[in-house]
Ligand binder design. Sequence first.
Ligand code: BYC
Length: 475
Amino acid sequence: MSTINYSEKIPNNVNLGEDRTLQRALEGWQPNFINWWDDVGPEGSTNHEVYLRTAVSVDPQGWAQFGHVKMRDYRWGIFLNPGDANREIHFGDHKGEKAWQDVPGEHRANLRRIIVTQGDTEPASVEQQRHLGLTAPSMYDLRNLFQINVEEGRHLWAMVYLLHKHFGRDGREEAEALLQRTSGDENNPRILGAFNERTPDWLAFFMFTYFTDRDGKFQLSALAESAFDPLARTTKFMLTEEAHHMFVGESGVSRVIARTAQVMNELKTDDPQKVRAAGAIDLGTIQRYLNFHYSVTIDLFGADQSSNAAIFYSSGLKGRYEEGKRTDDHVLKGQTYKVLEVKDGQLVEKDVPMLNALNEVLRDDFIKDSVAGVGRWNKVLEKAGIPTRLVVPHKAFNRQIGALAGIKMSPEGRVVNDMEWAAKRDEWLPSAEDFAFVASLMGRVVEPGKFAGWISPPVMGINRQPVDFEYVRFG
Ligand code: BYC
C-alpha cells in the first residue's frame, strides 16, 4: 500500500484502478490541471529538465528519488500515509469513537469548506511565483523554486482526490473551481488574503516560504489530527514535503543576510544607501519585508474568536497543533484563552472561551515557531559582529482579519493615529522605492555555481550534490 504505482496514468497508492468511476473522473480533471499549469504555472519552464525529487513511497525512509525531470512530465499523483484500521478520534465530542473513512452527512459542508480552502492555497502559490524563474539568483535557487512549485501542484492533487472521492458532484465542481480562481484576480480571487498578494522578487519569495509555508505546516498539522481519516493521512504526507519549502525560505533569507553583513563589514558601514550602492539589500529593507510577510501570514489563522473554529474542533474535523502531545482533556469545554482587543486606545487582554479561540491558539503556536528562525537569522548578524537585530512585529501590527483588523499600530505594539501611521508607514512596511530597489537587483544568474551579488552561496547542494551541480538543463 505504501509503494506508489507509477504504471498508471495517475500515480497513486490508493488502488485507484479498482474504482473506475473515480479514476475516470480524475483522468478528466488531469488535462485541465495541465492546461492550468501551462497557462499560469512557472513561466518558460516547459522544456527545462530539473533535478527534482519525486515521491516513490510514503515510508519515512527513502520516499524520495532524485533525477532530472522535464517540468511538464513531473508525475503528480495521489499519496496517502498508511492507514491504521484501529485509529480513534482523540479530541472533541466524538473522542474515543472510531475515525471516519467516509464523510458523515452532518459534517459534509464544513469538511468540504476546509478542504477547498486548503486546496485553494496550493495553486495560488504557484501562480504567485510564476515569474520568479526569469530572475533566479542561481541555478541552485531555480531548482528549489521549481521543486516547490511541482510539490504545491501535488498538494492540489491531494485535495482534489478527496473532493472527487468523497463529495460527489459538489466535489467535482469545487475541483474545477480550484483551477478557475486566480491569485490577485479582481473578479475571481483566491480565498485567503495572503494568496492574492504579489510575490514580486526573490526576497519576497524567501519570506513567503519561511512564513507562509509555515502557516501550511501548522494548518496541515491541525488537519493531520482530523477524525476524517483520509484527510489526516494525506495531510501527514504533505507535511513531509512542506519541510523543504520552509528550509528554502529560512536558508534563503539567511544567505541574503550573510551577504549584506559581508558588504557592511567590507565597507565598514551601516548606511543603507552605501549597502545598496554595493548591490546588497540593506537590513532595513529586509526588516520591512519581514514585517509585511509576518503580518499577512498571521492573518491566515482567521479571526481570534471564531465559532467556526469551535465547531471544527468539537466535531473532530480539525485538531490543534500536536494534539496528541497535549495533556489536557482534548474537549476544552469551560476553558478560557487570552485574546487581544483595543479598549480606550490601549491593547488589553481578555479571557474568552478556549473553543472559540482556537484560531488564536494555532496562531500563537505559529508565532513561537517563526520567532525561533528569526533568532537563527540574528545569529548570522551576531557572528558577523553586526549589532542590528531583526524582530517580528507585534501580533496586532498591520492586521486585516479579526478584532485587530484595521487598527493602526506600530511594529512595537503602540496604537498610533492616522497621521503617525501615514508618516511612518514606509519605515514599517516595504515602500514602492524598496520594491523598485530590490527589483533592480533581480537579474538572472543561471550558470552552475554562480550566484547573484545580493545573496551568499548555500553551504551545501541538494541531495549531497555539489553547489555547482547542473541542477537545471535548459532545453
Ligand atoms: N483572508 O471565522 P473565521 C498552505 C474568512 S497555507 C481572507 O476566522 P475560520 C500553503 C473566513 O474564511 C494553509 N479571508 O474563519 C502555504 C471566513 O469566511 P466566511 C492553508 C479570511 O473558518 C504556502 C471569515 O473570514 N490551510 O497550505 O475560523 C504555499 C470569518 O473568519 C481570512 C488552511 O487555511 C484571510 N486571511 O478560519 C502553499 C486550513 N481568514 O466563511 C500552501 C483550512 C479568515 O465567513 N482553513 N477569513 O465567508 C481553515 O481552517 C479556516 O478556513 C481558516 C479561517 C483558519 C483559514
